[in-house]
Ligand binder design. Structure first.
Ligand code: PNS
Length: 165
């Protein structure tokens, strides 16, 4: 096992929002490196392509030397193993998240016994954020305020405009 503390932060990131960004920033003191890993799931419809999601993340974390962006398909436990990462990072917004996450955590450890999932509670002021809710509100003309990184916000606005035309 490598001595570096590498954590994989897996997700769909369609798109990344400020809740995700906050989580990475708060987790950085805990790990040597965080691999933000975008799931490539062909069966899930996403507004942004895999390439676009990776590009937005790379842009966002360009100046964070200890944050790396990657994509993966298949099992996150296998991906973590190939990255020599023995931690998964996930945020918890509420009890429902916990119910969703716990079986995955246990299963992931069944698959790779050294793999620990580290949960950070979401900041209360960001607890309502989810990529799907943000997309829905923007699509219907609402203004959720500062919930997306600037570049992501303009890219999403362009996507929604394109989809509506
Ligand atoms: O951002 P999301 O959609 O909440 O992320 C979910 C994600 C990507 C963490 C989860 O679906 C996942 O780990 N998928 C990879 C496939 C896998 O390993 N499934 C078994 C989990 S025990």
């Amino acid at each position: 096992m490598s001595n570096s503390r590498i954590a994989v932060f897996p997700g769909s990131f369609d798109p990344i929002h400020l809740g995700h960004v906050d989580l990475v920033e708060r987790a950085l003191p805990l790990f040597d490196e965080i691999v933000v890993a975008v799931l490539n799931n062909e069966h899930k419809r996403t507004i942004f392509s895999l390439e676009e999601r990776v590009e937005m993340l790379e842009e966002l974390f360009r100046d964070s030397a200890r944050v790396r962006v990657a994509s993966f398909e298949g099992l996150v436990a296998d991906f973590a193993r190939t990255e020599s990462a023995f931690f998964l990072l996930r945020g918890l917004r509420n009890g429902k998240d916990f119910e969703y996450e716990l079986p995955m955590t246990v299963m992931n450890r069944r698959l790779v016994p050294e793999l620990e999932t580290v949960f950070l509670p979401t900041r209360p002021e960001l607890c309502d954020l989810s990529s799907s809710l943000i997309k829905e509100v923007l699509k219907l003309g609402g203004d959720p305020g500062e919930v997306l990184p600037e570049d992501v916000r303009s890219r999403l606005a362009a996507k929604l405009k394109e989809a509506a035309s």
